[in-house]
Design a protein around this ligand. Structure first.
Ligand SMILES: *Cc1c(COP(=O)(O)O)cnc(C)c1O
Length: 371
């Protein structure tokens, strides 16, 4: 038996919609399918303005430009996250101030944020780890009192909620990923959400290489010109057409992931009760979009053994982030504070296979192997 960690899912209509896009004779960005996708997110979740991007990384880079980050500005980022969360701001000259994870959850420890704020701090970037919300009321309150902007890294958080509010709709900006490892995907893809009206116009310009082409398309100006900095952040219509096929099945994909997630949880709970490892704990204010199923081993040695054991049975379980404050690129730039919770998740967390086509029998087998 071979069970990969992830298998990208096709819902059936992807190629039909790509054909449709081709037959429309306009394959560059901001066409029919791009607008359908953007309108879906605006309508379904009440996001103010959505722009598809070629990746979540690009969406984060756009957010960093929109935050007007200048060299030396400080940005608060959890260390337990993907490279791009920090790198997007480093590209603009920011200094990253890493925040530890919570003791009970890999997400940012909201209580540790405020003491790290200095006169140079500009932005807080909460990451909704595994699609589970950070305590956004606390974070937005800190941001308001210190006049900071908030960029939600919602890469894993599609269709997930905080106190009934959709993630991605709370911060000034939010960035989603449609990479093939995420709940809905188009190979490589992403989206920036702009929730604050003040930034909507500039976002469109940065998106279109620093030009006002989007306005030109709508007939609002007679020619388009270079008006600001920007880059090529739009995906082609091929990508958007693929993504539309996934969006149409979002509900079904989510149900399946939750079923698998719950099966893992029920099956492994008795082992957690005996103290072999800990399972994810979700705060009351957060929903679970079943982006990832993970367990936290009692030591890095036990994790290594568990991964090796599963591999021997043909099951690919994987660890996750290494902690950006310890990374080759940033370790010398980090201010030296130790981040013990981040280190523990970096050393002990392991993710189990979770994808649409994973059968319930396979899940039961994986549980048995772990037992
Ligand atoms: C996947 C991911 C990203 C990067 O997404 P891309 O679309 O691959 O650029 C950024 N942040 C987090 C938390 C992620 O999980």
């Amino acid at each position: 038996m071979q069970i990969p960690f992830n298998k990208p899912c096709l819902t059936g209509k992807e190629l039909d919609y790509i054909k449709d896009a081709v037959s429309r004779g306009k394959l560059s960005g901001n066409g029919h399918f791009t607008q359908k996708c953007q309108e879906f997110f605006q309508g379904q979740y009440g996001f103010k303005k959505c722009l598809l991007t070629t990746s979540c990384t690009d969406a984060l880079e756009m957010a960093a430009i929109l935050c007007n980050i200048q060299p030396g500005d400080e940005v608060l980022v959890p260390s337990y996250t993907f490279v791009s969360t920090a790198n997007a701001f480093v590209l603009r000259g920011a200094k990253i101030v890493f925040v530890d994870s919570r003791e009970d959850f890999p997400g940012i420890d909201e209580r540790k944020i405020e003491s790290l704020i200095t006169p140079r701090t500009r932005v807080i970037v909460p990451v909704h780890y595994a699609g589970v919300a950070c305590d956004m009321d606390v974070i937005m309150d800190i941001a308001k009192r210190h006049d900071l902007l908030v960029v939600e890294d919602a890469a894993q958080a599609v269709n997930s909620y905080y106190k009934g509010r959709p993630l991605g709709g709370i911060g000034h900006f939010a960035c989603f990923s449609f990479h093939e490892t995420k709940n809905i995907q188009c190979g490589e893809g992403g989206m920036i959400v702009i929730n604050d009206e003040r930034f909507c116009k500039r976002a469109e310009i940065i998106w279109e290489k620093g030009t006002n082409r989007a306005e030109f398309f709508r007939g609002e100006v007679s020619k388009y010109v270079w008006v600001d900095i920007g880059s090529s952040y739009l995906p082609s219509e091929v990508t958007a057409a693929f993504l539309w096929a996934q969006i149409e099945h979002l509900g079904e994909l989510q149900e399946r992931r939750k079923l698998i997630w719950n099966l893992y949880f029920e099956g492994l709970k008795p082992l957690e009760d005996k103290g072999y490892f800990t399972l994810p704990k979700h705060p009351d204010y957060a929903t679970n979009n079943a982006h990832a199923f993970y367990l936290v081993c009692n030591s890095p040695e036990e994790r290594t053994k568990l991964i090796a054991h599963l591999k021997q049975q043909g099951v690919l379980a994987v660890f996750h982030y290494l902690g950006l404050h310890n990374s080759t690129y940033y370790v010398e730039k980090h201010d030296g504070r130790s981040l013990p919770n981040c280190d523990r998740y970096a050393g002990c967390l392991v993710r189990l296979p979770l994808y649409y086509a994973l059968s319930l029998e396979e899940v039961m087998k994986i549980i048995d192997f772990i037992k």
